[in-house]
Design a protein around this ligand. Structure first.
Ligand SMILES: Nc1nc2c(c(=O)[nH]1)N[C@H]1C(S)=C(S)[C@@H](COP(=O)(O)O)O[C@H]1N2
Ligand SMILES: [Mo]
Length: 407
């Protein structure tokens, strides 16, 4: 990297291109690092608050990374004659430009989830993911094969090959050193990428997450609830949950689980598992949208409508907000009383006819179909009526209080 380029004026054309190339490389590196931190589950749970400014950093660097592309495009016609002579440079340029443009467009869409429908953001997320997992390995490969170190290796091998008599080369059963080196570079890139790629592909394969589920600990609730309703979709839910938690995943049993309704109500309520299962449940079919772009469609949730629970507790006239707390001891969210009384807000016990899995927020989670899933508190244990607004976990970290899904 030639840092001086950044401080020089009146550069020749070739140097200007080089400077653009350097800027692009630095920005891509920063975006890869911040982007990988954003998708890393362990980072999400260890440094949840940091994740928010990393997100803004990623968005801002992403916006700045439009600049090199923007400055390059007018230079393209002048660059073209040189490019015509170098096929590998041409292929590289077209590939990198398309990947960058795809990343920039999908990235801009993902930065404004409230402005688009969930179908658009989930496609933008898929495209952003695919372009990342093609882009990062390619850029690693590109950096290896274009590095001075690698070029020196090639140069040495060239002189060796040239010295060899033709006869020997023809009968040589092994590939030439140049080809071998390129394959080796490709191989190293592949090994680095497969580790990263694997995690991403796994998030799309339900069977894989099933394996990890049987390995992980489970809630121990007795008895298991019998479904009171049929699953409302023919094929079950479509899509896969990406399990998120900002804490360790808590484990529950009949001993440590309870649900209470407190605050501005006439009679405070407290349910143990058996008492909670004795309540009459309804079922609803709804879609589940995370604000980061992924969705699960046609989920059948069975549980108790929040409105029924609140009505039986008796809502004080001073109550304006409902606060929901998780049994993880950290996560809270809130809805206005009006939002909370909507008929699709549910305290759910079953998903597609089965007890909600521990990682999925079971035994009991809040379901908020008109709102982004950060309102859908997992491991729900406390519902509180308040006369003042409560700022929940992600709202405190910059997300919108209403979290309305744009449908
Ligand atoms: N207790 C708790 N509830 C939570 C979260 C969390 O980290 N902890 N994450 C929220 C977010 S941002 C999303 S997208 C969904 C994810 O639900 P899932 O983990 O079942 O896929 O849970 C929501 N509820
Ligand atoms: Mo989310």
């Amino acid at each position: 990297m030639n840092w001086k380029l950044f401080f020089q004026r009146d550069l020749k054309f070739a140097k200007k291109l080089k400077r653009l190339h350097h800027s692009n490389a630095i920005l891509f590196l920063l975006l890869s690092i911040t982007g990988l931190l954003l998708v890393s589950a362990s980072f999400r749970s260890t440094f949840p608050a940091t994740r928010v400014w990393i997100k803004y950093l990623h968005i801002w660097i992403g916006l700045i990374s439009i600049l090199p592309v923007f400055f390059y495009l007018p230079k393209f016609t002048k660059h073209l004659p040189t490019l015509r002579k170098r096929k590998d440079h041409r292929i590289n340029l077209y590939l990198v430009l398309s990947i960058l443009i795809i990343l920039i467009i999908s990235g801009v869409i993902l930065s404004f989830p409230e402005a688009v429908t969930p179908v658009i953001s989930s496609n933008a997320l898929l495209i952003h993911d695919v372009a990342t997992w093609i882009g990062i390995p390619y850029v690693i490969y590109h950096s290896i094969t274009r590095s001075q170190w690698f070029k020196n290796l090639l140069k040495n091998s060239k002189t060796i090959e040239n010295e060899e008599p033709i006869v020997i080369r023809k009968s040589n059963p092994f590939v030439g050193r140049r080809t071998f080196l390129k394959f080796a570079a490709g191989g190293i890139t592949a090994i680095i990428s497969v580790g990263l790629l694997g995690n991403w592909i796994r998030s799309y394969l339900p069977s894989w997450s099933d394996v990890s589920r049987t390995l992980s600990k489970e809630n121990d609730m007795k008895p298991r609830p019998e479904p009171q309703h049929d699953v409302l979709s023919v094929d079950g839910r479509q899509g896969t949950f990406r399990y998120y938690t900002v804490t360790e995943t808590p484990t529950f049993s009949n001993e440590n689980w309870s649900l209470s309704i407190e605050g501005l109500v006439d009679n405070k309520m407290h349910f143990n598992w058996q008492q909670f299962l004795d309540l009459k449940r309804t079922a609803q079919l709804s879609d589940f949208h995370c604000v980061t772009g992924w969705s699960v469609y046609d989920v059948t949730w069975e549980g108790i409508p929040l409105k029924e629970l609140l009505d039986s507790a008796g809502i004080h006239s001073a109550a304006k907000y409902v606060k929901f707390s998780s049994g993880d001891g950290v996560y809270t969210e809130a809805l206005s009383l009006e939002q909370a009384l909507a008929d699709d807000i549910m305290v759910a016990v079953l998903i597609d006819g089965e007890l909600i899995k521990q990682e999925n927020g079971g035994p009991v989670r809040l379901v908020t179909p008109k709102h982004y899933a950060y309102k859908s508190v997992k491991w729900l244990t406390k519902i509180e009526l308040l006369d003042h607004e409560h700022i929940g976990y992600w709202v405190e970290r910059g997300y919108d209080q209403n979290a309305l899904v744009n449908k």
